[in-house]
Structures are given as structure tokens and as C-alpha cells.
Design a protein around this ligand. Structure first.
Ligand code: ADP
Ligand code: GLC
Length: 485
């Protein structure tokens, strides 16, 4: 039997230890699915306190300091709890042992040394690839995720002896990792890379560009987003760089972790259910209304939103159409954190309609599960969406997605047109314009569809049976690694 392909995933977050969004869910699940498909996948992660404290059986594999301002840098190898996933963790107390988030301090400001912190992540990935960080393991492929890990591709390109290939996955082009160009001097980046063909972007240093320019293969998390980011509307200024990569920008749709997200097994729920037996869903719905303080009203359409509160997510459309939708029989149940203006707007809506609108602005993973399980529909009206996971969680939990036709939303939800309802393929409601009127019409369509219980139920069951697991996408990545680029 040939030796298993060795793949190192370098990333800045991993569920459940450190999570700000879907990246953490992907980084937790994709390597596990790749291992199940016979590949030797491992992780490389920054040693934030939550990760260092959770790492099991840690061993030092190399002393790598001083580097990037940190005197002491040790690379540890251990295993993550629950999944037993082999993980390299960067123990650099000066850079990573801090209270606060992975990117922001407790007050919400970016850490001033993020360039050094995440350059170190890429730099150690490149050292593992070069074979001089762990004498017992060397990856064949380094798979770097988002701007935080992108410099791995550049450092690898600068190391002539490295045979490993680099794959860079764009999870969100809107976050690029921009720093003052002179910071490059702190990061061992030679000046020949600081041109407009390289890492320079409008006078700044752009980490995302490092991945786009230097990776052997570039992927993103849905086929539609892969096409969109070659346009001015979605390219965030990098559309030319993306187009220059041509066919090597591939879209592989994310999966979902069907162990974490399984309505038949989920311990966070008041009752469990499946496509064959939906009784538990009604119990979840009533329990959710009670938990949040919504009117226990079986006629209402319970619409949930589980989201970062950011301009990306189009939640201003929801605010603007909420009044008529509440009048039409909608209850809104939201959980999210982020933009203070959006938080304030949802608080005001809640004060105006307490029995019909409830919003929770602290993150609680179990409550996220109860919202997805108990609601009738889940709204994801994003302005752009590289993939989106919550609409897929909705599908799995019999909660009809109402989504805008962009990115991965367009690739995962089949609109309830008369034809698609008739042929049994419909799974949700899809709308086009990013306007309150268009969103409102979409929710009214859902209200109307729900008045025909048989076809609503058929739509729910079709969504619950959609193949969303990581097995397919993991195989697509393995095929891609093997394709040689
Ligand atoms: P994005 O990554 O753009 O936020 P996704 O739909 O891919 O969007 O993934 C969102 C994931 O993050 C889901 O698992 C969701 O439950 C979770 N999530 C959403 N908002 C937050 C938040 N404020 N804090 C932590 N997790 C969040
Ligand atoms: C990003 C995107 C989201 C995607 C997630 C995981 O955060 O905004 O659409 O699902 O990454 O790939």
C-alpha cells in the first residue's frame, strides 16, 4: 500500500476551542474527514491559551525562537481533545498567550502585532514543509486557510529545497490581512516580493495576496464564489490577481460536521427528530419560544438568524422589513454578535415587539443548535457569502433556508419555484436583489408555502436528506492534492 499522503492544515481557529465563525468549523471537520479517507492530515495552530491548555500529550518537537519578536518559540506536537486529531501548536507566549480573541483584544481592537503573530504561523508551516521542524514528520502538502496562514505559501516559495506543494483556501476575501509595507522587514520577506506582482497592494502589505500569488493551487469554499471573486463586485480589489490564476482557482463546497449537527442525536435539544419522525421538531419549536420569551404560538413562522452581525450578512434588510413581517405573523429569534449598530437595532426591535422578536447578543453554541432546530425557517440574506454553513445546518434540521442567490447560498439551496416544488427538488426560498422589499417578498413566500403543510413537509424532508457531509468535499480535496496543480 502506498504511504498515506501527509497534509498539514495551517489555520488560526478551530472549533470548539477558538471560534469566530465558519472557518473554525471547517478546520475542525475537514482534516478529520481527510483522515477517514486514508490521508495523514494534521493541524498547525497558534498557541492561544485555549488551545495550549486543551492539547493532550504535548511534546516539544523543536525550539524555533527567537522569531518575529518572540524570544521563546517552541513547536509542540500533541492531540486535540474529542477528535484525537494530531496537532502542532506554536507555543510563543509573547505572541499568543493573551486574554482576548484570536485577532482582536478584549476592547475589539486588532492586536498591533498581528503581522508578526500570523507570519509566525506561516513560517513554521514552511519549516515543517522543509523538514527542519519535526524530524519525524514532513508534509507533502501544506493547506493554508485564509490570510492568517497565507504567508506559508510565500515562505515555501522562498525555500528552494521544499518539495511540498501549497494549497491556499480563501474562506473570505473581505479579510485580507493588510499591514504597513515596512512591516515586511520584520517578517523575513525579501524586497523582491514587495512589488505589485507580489505582496504589495495599494502601498500596503497584503497577506491574502501572498496565498493568491504563491500557492501552487488556490481554492475557495463554493463554485459560485470561485466565479464571483473574479469580478469587481466580489473581488475586493483582488479580482485581477484571481483572474490571473485562471483555472487554478477551484471552488469546493464545504460540508458540515454531521456528528455535531445531527437532529437525531443532538444533546442540546429539548427533543430529537429525523426526516422520518418530525414530532420532536414541534417540541423543539415550543421549547425555543418558551426559552426566549416568544409567544407560544403554533401559527407564527419562527424565523431564526444565527450569525456574525456584520455588513456581509445583509441584516440591515431584516431590520428594514421587520415591522411588516411581524404584522404578517413572523417571529424573529436571533443570536449574533458584532457590529454595535446592528446589535442596537435588534435590541430596539425586541423592545418594540417582545413576544414576536427576541435577540441574544452573547454567543452560546448550544443555543445556536436550539435556534436552528426550533425555527421554521432560517434567514441568510448575505450581500456576499463564500459558502455559509448556517443554511446547511438549517437544511439538516428541517429549517427552511431563506437565502440570497450569492456564493455558497446559491449552491446549497434549491428555490421553491413551482417547477422545483412539483419535481420535489425544492429545499428553500432564494431571492436576488439585496433590498428590504425583495427580502420581505421572500419571507412572504415562505409564509405562503407553509400554508400548504404537505408541500412544506416535502420541502423540509428533501432538505434534511441533502448530502451535506464532509466525505464528498474531503475526497475532492484529496483528488486536488493528487492532481499536482
Ligand atoms: P461566517 O464564517 O461568515 O460567520 P458561516 O455560516 O460559514 O459564516 O459560519 C458561521 C459559524 O459560526 C456557524 O457555526 C455559526 O453558528 C457560528 N457563529 C456565527 N456567529 C458567531 C459568533 N458571533 N461567534 C461565534 N460563532 C458564531
Ligand atoms: C467564511 C465565510 C463563510 C464560510 C466560512 C467557512 O467565514 O464568510 O461563508 O462558510 O468562511 O468556509
Amino acid at each position: 500500500m502506498p504511504a498515506a499522503l501527509r497534509v498539514l492544515h495551517a489555520a488560526a481557529e478551530v472549533f470548539p476551542l477558538v471560534k469566530t465563525g465558519g472557518l473554525a468549523d471547517v478546520v475542525a471537520a475537514l482534516p478529520v474527514a481527510e483522515r477517514a479517507a486514508g490521508c495523514d492530515a494534521r493541524l498547525l495552530l497558534p498557541g492561544y491559551p485555549a488551545i495550549l491548555d486543551a492539547l493532550r500529550t504535548p511534546r516539544t518537537v523543536c525550539e524555533a525562537g527567537p522569531a518575529f519578536g518572540a524570544l521563546r518559540v517552541r513547536l509542540l506536537r500533541g492531540r486535540l481533545p474529542d477528535t484525537d486529531m494530531p496537532a502542532y501548536v506554536i507555543d510563543a507566549p509573547y505572541l499568543f498567550r493573551r486574554a482576548g480573541g484570536p485577532y482582536l483584544d478584549a476592547a475589539g481592537a486588532e492586536w498591533p502585532d498581528n503581522a508578526q503573530r500570523f507570519a509566525l504561523l506561516g513560517w513554521l508551516a514552511a519549516h515543517l514543509a522543509a523538514g527542519d521542524a519535526d524530524d519525524r514528520w514532513q508534509p507533502d502538502v501544506v493547506h493554508a486557510h485564509d490570510w492568517h496562514a497565507a504567508l506559508a505559501c510565500t515562505y515555501m516559495a522562498g525555500h528552494a529545497a521544499t518539495r511540498a506543494r501549497s494549497v491556499f483556501t480563501i474562506h473570505n476575501l473581505a479579510f485580507q490581512g493588510l499591514f504597513p509595507l515596512p512591516d515586511a522587514a520584520l517578517l523575513n520577506l525579501p524586497s523582491r516580493w514587495l512589488t505589485s506582482d507580489g505582496l504589495e497592494f495599494h502601498g500596503q502589505l497584503n497577506f491574502m495576496k501572498a496565498g493568491l500569488v504563491h500557492a501552487d493551487l488556490v481554492t475557495t469554499v463554493s463554485p459560485t464564489y470561485a466565479r464571483e471573486i473574479g469580478t469587481v463586485e466580489f473581488g475586493c480589489g483582488l479580482e485581477g490577481v484571481i483572474r490571473a490564476r485562471g483555472a487554478s482557482v477551484v471552488g469546493i463546497l464545504n460540508g458540515i460536521d454531521d456528528q455535531q449537527w445531527d437532529p437525531a442525536m443532538d444533546p442540546a435539544l429539548a427533543a430529537r427528530f429525523s426526516a422520518q419522525d418530525l414530532a420532536g421538531k414541534l417540541a423543539c419549536r415550543r421549547a425555543l419560544q418558551q426559552e426566549l420569551g416568544l409567544d407560544v404560538d403554533d401559527d407564527a413562522l419562527v424565523l431564526t438568524i444565527v450569525s456574525r452581525l456584520s455588513a456581509q450578512k445583509g441584516l440591515d434588510l431584516v431590520i428594514a422589513s421587520l415591522e411588516p413581517l411581524v404584522q404578517a405573523g413572523v417571529q424573529l429569534a436571533l443570536q449574533g454578535t458584532g457590529d454595535p449598530a446592528l446589535e442596537a437595532a435588534f435590541r430596539m426591535a425586541m423592545d418594540a415587539h417582545p413576544g414576536r422578536v427576541q435577540a441574544r447578543m452573547e454567543w452560546d453554541e448550544d443555543r445556536a443548535h436550539r435556534l436552528v432546530a426550533g425555527a421554521d425557517a432560517i434567514a441568510v440574506p448575505s450581500r456576499f457569502e463564500p459558502c455559509g454553513l448556517t443554511q446547511m445546518y438549517g437544511l439538516r434540521y428541517g429549517t427552511v433556508p431563506i437565502v440570497r442567490r450569492v456564493g455558497g447560498l446559491a449552491d446549497t439551496v434549491v428555490d421553491a419555484t413551482p417547477e422545483q416544488l412539483a419535481d420535489g427538488t425544492a429545499t428553500g426560498v432564494v431571492f436576488d436583489a439585496a433590498t428590504p422589499a425583495s427580502f420581505e417578498r421572500a419571507v412572504r413566500r415562505a409564509l405562503e408555502l407553509r400554508r400548504s403543510p404537505a408541500s412544506w413537509r416535502a420541502m423540509i424532508q428533501q432538505g434534511m436528506q441533502a448530502p451535506l457531509s464532509w466525505a464528498g468535499p474531503a475526497q475532492a480535496y484529496l483528488d486536488l492534492y493528487a492532481s499536482g496543480g
